[in-house]
Design a protein around this ligand. Structure first.
Ligand code: DGL
Length: 269
């Protein structure tokens, strides 16, 4: 039985969509959530910055005594998961856009993929895309500007809807019937997307698959907390704890303690 916390990391608030799934599946585990909101969005920063900053933040989380890490950020996973696994000894669970389940579920065999510019550029994403070329056609759009709006708490306003309209229209015109939410911020847009496109697009989000993968790793490495553990969650932000607390309440309907932390200096790249 291991009561140490599981670190859950994202560039900002998006990882809360993964945290929600982990909390539901693993009620005995303590979670340490870190939002690097001071440096969000990662999806539009130089790729070398994403790799170096992810490494810096995850080393910091490991030093806080985490027994496993969930990189609840597609962009950070795409650019840094291999380096993290080479450098850190604890189990690391990454996220990647759900192209595979989407290709399997699509009837039209045209799948829309909404992800950050850096995810779409990454070698790891493009390898995944190539491996599924025979199963489906993928129409990929970089969700430029969406993450900063979600970070401010806007998940349904006119700016969000205008952007979504521009990103989803080419997918629908190409015949897509399935949409991969390839950034952990985007599940918070699910309601708005459904209101805009109805059942024209089935939404694919990997949050629950990540929680199941984490559960398997905890068993494999004998790290589970056990049924008598008293879970204690902490939410940390590198920018503004009050904002993180308010956003967790608004997006997840949960009351959480939040603290502001400094993890500096950010790498100069
Ligand atoms: N939530 C992140 C992802 O899953 C990245 C958002 C960002 O910082 O651009 O890709």
């Amino acid at each position: 039985m291991n009561p140490a916390p599981i670190g859950v990391f994202d560039s900002g608030l998006g990882g809360l969509s993964v945290l929600r799934e982990i909390r539901a599946l693993l009620p005995h585990e303590s979670l340490l959530y870190l939002a690097d909101s001071r440096y969000a969005p990662y999806g539009e920063k130089p790729e070398r910055f994403v790799e170096a900053r992810t490494l810096q933040v995850c080393e910091w989380l490991a030093a806080q005594g985490c027994k496993a890490l969930v990189i609840a950020c597609n962009t950070a996973t795409m650019h840094a998961v291999q380096t993290l696994r080479d450098r850190l000894t604890l189990p690391i669970i990454g996220v990647e856009p759900g192209l595979k389940p989407a290709a399997a579920a699509s009837r039209s065999k045209v799948v829309g993929v909404l992800a950050t510019a850096n995810t779409l550029k990454s070698a790891k994403f493009n390898r995944l895309l190539m491996s599924l070329q025979d199963e489906s056609r993928f129409v990929c759009e970089a969700g430029l500007g969406l993450v900063p709006l979600i970070e401010q708490g806007d998940v349904s306003g006119p700016a969000v809807r205008d952007k979504l309209d521009a990103f989803l229209t080419p997918m629908l015109e190409a015949g897509a019937d399935t949409l991969v939410l390839g950034c952990t911020h985007y599940p918070f847009l699910a309601e708005t997307i459904r209101a805009m496109v109805g059942d024209q697009l089935a939404l694919v989000d990997t949050g629950s698959a990540i929680a199941r993968q984490l559960a398997r790793k905890l068993v494999e490495f004998d790290l589970a907390a056990g049924p008598d553990a008293m879970p204690r969650d902490r939410c940390l932000s590198t920018k503004d704890a009050a904002h993180l607390r308010a956003m967790a309440a608004a997006l997840l309907q949960v009351e959480t303690n939040a603290e502001t932390v400094t993890i500096e200096p950010a790498p100069a790249v």
